[in-house]
Design a protein around this ligand. Structure first.
Ligand SMILES: N[C@@H](CCC(=O)N[C@@H](CS)C(=O)NCC(=O)O)C(=O)O
Length: 225
């Protein structure tokens, strides 16, 4: 059983992992303005989604849930490589995207004017690091060329996907270029490969709906600032 919401990138990560492993699950849609008693009981520390409940036992924090899924259902595609060095690299870059890119990319959506410009510059700095240093380590088997399929999708692809898979909708809502294929050819190829996988196509809401969610999110964020 997965407690989540449709718009949360964090619960989307867990859904991707479950689908990649072909694990059937029941989705419990939470209203974050009025959290269920079950959610509060299952995640008393953070009171956040996602929470995966397996055999009656709750696990929270998306990245930890994904590792739990991979270890509990080792059959099917591995979300973390078996080789310890490759596994360390996947964890390193997933953590880099989470710690250094996620919040600042969200800031581009939530702000305007000078603050937004600053955040966008920072996003581009981080993308440059991924372009120059990340891809060759993440895709060491293919000489740094991004290749992603349902069978090879890893933790770092999942984290990147839930941040930048809808980048075109971001660009349209914000009127900004975020991933210029000429400046970031590798990152662009990576996101394109992610977006072409069956699992991402299956889990992505229609484009118009993504635009609507983003517009609403931006409006609420701007009115609170
Ligand atoms: N670090 C957590 C973050 C989860 C998170 O931020 N969830 C948000 C929804 S996107 C939430 O439940 N917010 C409710 C709240 O803060 O009260 C993870 O990776 O799972």
């Amino acid at each position: 059983m997965l407690h989540g919401t449709f718009a949360s990138p964090y619960s989307k990560r867990v859904e991707l992992a479950l689908k990649l492993k072909s694990i059937p699950y029941q989705f419990v849609l939470e209203d974050l303005q009025n959290k269920s008693q079950a959610l509060l009981r299952y995640n008393p520390v953070h009171k956040k989604i996602p929470v995966l409940v397996h055999n009656g036992k709750p696990i929270s924090e998306s990245l930890i849930i994904i590792e739990y899924i991979d270890e509990t259902w080792p059959n099917g595609p591995r979300l973390l490589p078996q080789d310890p060095y490759k596994r360390a690299k996947v964890r390193f870059w997933a953590s880099y995207v989470q710690l250094h890119l996620f919040d600042v990319a969200m800031r581009v959506v939530k702000t305007e004017g000078e603050e937004q410009e600053k955040a966008l510059t920072e996003v581009k700095e981080k993308l440059r690091v991924i372009e120059k240093e990340g891809l060759k380590e993440i895709f060491s088997d293919t000489d740094g060329q991004p290749t992603v399929t349902n069978e090879t999708m890893s933790l770092v692809d999942i984290v990147m996907c839930t941040l930048l898979s809808p980048y075109k909708a971001h660009e349209e809502v914000l009127g900004l270029k975020i991933i210029d294929p000429e400046t970031f050819p590798g990152v662009y190829a990576w996101i394109s490969a992610i977006n072409q996988t069956d699992v991402v196509k299956e889990l992505s809401p229609p484009y118009e709906q993504v635009l609507e969610i983003l517009r609403a999110f931006r409006q609420i964020s701007l009115s609170h600032s």
